[in-house]
Design a protein around this ligand. Structure first.
Ligand code: PEP
Ligand code: MN
Length: 338
């Protein structure tokens, strides 16, 4: 961090700023110029509030030269994080395919879809029991019962389950799920992030609809700073001026995050587009672009789905896609090893 002081700063205020910064454990290099004095702060500045310094009378400007997140930062953790989940893993060269319905609608539905996606090559089962819906009149999910049905589907197929936690009060029900999903709408629910940071199940954080990479990584930082290092990031499209698709899939996120963080990156082409026929091309693009996995909505009867039917694939469309994605992933790995 660099602090540029105003011309002729008040000595007392400067000394108190320096003492305060030293208390925070940073080393200060002072350069005295003709017009300005500059303080160069070296060390861990992630816990220093930049706005607090910028507001001081003697300060002209403050610039961060280091990211405000530490645990999620690749600079401090160069190796990719690999997260074991059930009998598989996320990251480390594996293509994770999370597939399943938007919402758990019944035991028969989720078990049938789980069997179909497993046979097609999916490595995890997704399904929402608690649903964040725009309308309070829309189907809100089966709640605790939905979680039980997901566990039955896991028992029948062996697939680990990924499901969304909407509120801290639901956390006791989530002790036996394999990955806790934090939805886009809750990406900056900081109390929820802290709560999942205090337990040890892996957490997948979906990108908020208007979140920058840094805001998204700061959400990961919340979970990690609370003690849980097993964080996965999921790009699910952001809001733009384009209204043809439900969201706009930001494929650059894969490469950008790869440089900024060591955490695994999943892409969700279903919520990104809102259209079933766009899922295949964007899923292919995500695998070719280096994603660690995909989250894809699959429903056995999309026309009658209680949520997100238009973006859901039928199992017989998902099966050849999963096969192609696994082949494409193997091909990309081969290319990369050449
Ligand atoms: C979901 O995965 O069911 C979901 C609601 O996704 P998002 O939070 O990305 O909208
Ligand atoms: Mn959905």
């Amino acid at each position: 961090m660099i602090v540029i002081l105003k011309h002729n700063p008040n000595r007392e205020q400067l000394e108190s700023l320096i003492a305060w910064l030293q208390e925070k454990g940073v080393i200060i290099h002072t350069s005295i110029g003709e017009a300005n004095t500059i303080l160069g702060l070296v060390g861990d500045t992630s816990q220093i509030d930049i706005d607090l310094i910028a507001a001081l009378d003697i300060v002209q400007d403050v610039k961060r030269v280091q990211e405000p997140y530490k645990n999620a930062n690749r600079k401090f953790h160069p190796e990719d994080t690999v997260i074991p989940v059930g009998n598989t893993q996320v990251g480390g060269g594996t293509l994770t395919i999370m597939a399943g319905p938007c919402s758990v609608e019944s035991e028969e539905q989720v078990v049938a879809i789980a069997k179909a996606v497993k046979a097609a090559g999916a490595t995890m089962l997704r399904g929402g029991a608690f649903k964040p819906r725009t309308s309070p009149y829309a189907f809100q999910g089966l709640g605790a019962k939905g979680l039980e049905y997901l566990k039955t589907a896991r028992q029948e197929t062996g697939l680990p389950i990924v499901t969304e936690l909407m509120d801290i009060t639901q956390l006791p029900l989530f002790t036996d799920v394999d990955i806790i999903q934090i939805g886009a709408r809750n990406m900056q629910n900081f109390d929820l992030l802290k709560a999942v940071g205090h337990q040890d199940k892996p957490v997948m954080i979906k990108r908020g609809m208007s979140a920058t990479y840094e805001e998204w990584l700061m959400s990961a930082e919340y979970v990690m700073a609370s003690g849980n290092e097993n964080v996965i990031l999921c790009e699910r499209g952001i809001r733009t001026f384009e209204s043809f698709t439900r969201n706009t899939l930001d494929l650059a996120a894969i490469s950008v995050l790869r440089t900024l963080t060591h955490l695994p990156i999943i892409v969700d082409p279903s919520h990104a587009t809102g259209k079933y026929w766009l899922v295949e091309p964007l899923a292919r693009a995500a695998v070719a672009g280096g994603a660690d996995g995909l989250q894809i909505e699959v429903h056995n009867d999309p026309a009658h789905a209680l949520c997100d039917g238009p973006q859901s694939l039928k199992p017989d469309v998902f099966a050849p896609l999963a096969e192609k994605l696994l082949k494409l992933h193997a091909f990309m790995r081969e290319l990369d090893s050449e």
